[in-house]
Every structure is written in C-alpha cells, then in structure tokens.
Design a protein around this ligand. Structure first.
Ligand SMILES: [Cu+2]
Length: 125
C-alpha cells in the first residue's frame, strides 16, 4: 500500500514538472567539463521531447550526453543516437551516449520512431 502511494506521488510530481517552465536553452558552456576536456550534459527525455533539444558545442568537441527518460512512454523508451545506434532508455536510469560535435552543421538524435528529436550543433567562435 505504501508502495502504491509512493508511485502515485512520483507520478503526480512528474506531471507538475512537465507543466513547468522550460529550462533556458543550452550553450557551449552547459554541463560539466572533466579533466580530459570531455563535457557532460544532462538531457531529459520525455513525451514533451528532449530538454535541451538543441546542444551547441565547439567543432570536434567530445561530449557525453546523459539521457534520462522521465515519461512512462514507448515513444522515448528508445533513442536513436547520431551514429544510428538504437539505445534503450530505461525509466529514470541515466544512459551515457558519447557524441562528437561535427566540424560543421549538426547531427541529430531522435526517439526510436523518429517523432521527437534533438540536435548537436557546431558553433564556431
Ligand atoms: Cu517516438
């Protein structure tokens, strides 16, 4: 019984969160940079899409995108990475996806069905 109450509470909080204000757009400074220069960025995957959905980086920069699925939805249960791999995103379990920022333009990531998507964009200067 307690367990059910807990799940309901989490579900309600999840709803509230989704209705909240959108976070500010990501920049080339978003996330944390480790000693080896790899930048780690948290990405929330929900039925509302990916947040942030546009991730700027320096050309050739190495990133680790940490996807966490927060919607109990088939839609975002799989992630298509920029190199075309299909990755399972278990509910509320962070999954690391290494991505190199392209030298020019952008690379795309998407849900398994290609309905929701986001981009990693090369930004010079
Ligand atoms: Cu989908």
């Amino acid at each position: 019984m307690l367990r059910i109450a807990f799940i309901l509470t989490v579900a309600l909080l999840g709803c509230k969160k989704e209705q909240g204000a959108k976070p500010p757009p990501a920049t080339t400074k978003t996330g944390t940079v480790s000693a080896d220069g790899v930048r780690t960025i948290q990405v929330n995957a929900s039925i509302d899409g990916y947040a942030p959905e546009r991730i700027p980086g320096k050309p050739g920069e190495k990133l680790i995108l940490v996807f966490t699925r927060t919607s109990d939805s088939e839609c975002v249960a799989q992630l298509k990475t920029p190199d075309g791999k299909l990755v399972e995103l278990p509910m509320n379990k962070p999954v690391e996806v290494p991505v190199t920022v392209p030298t020019d333009g952008e690379v795309k990531f998407a849900c398994g069905m290609d309905m929701l998507s986001g981009v990693v964009v090369a930004e010079k200067g």
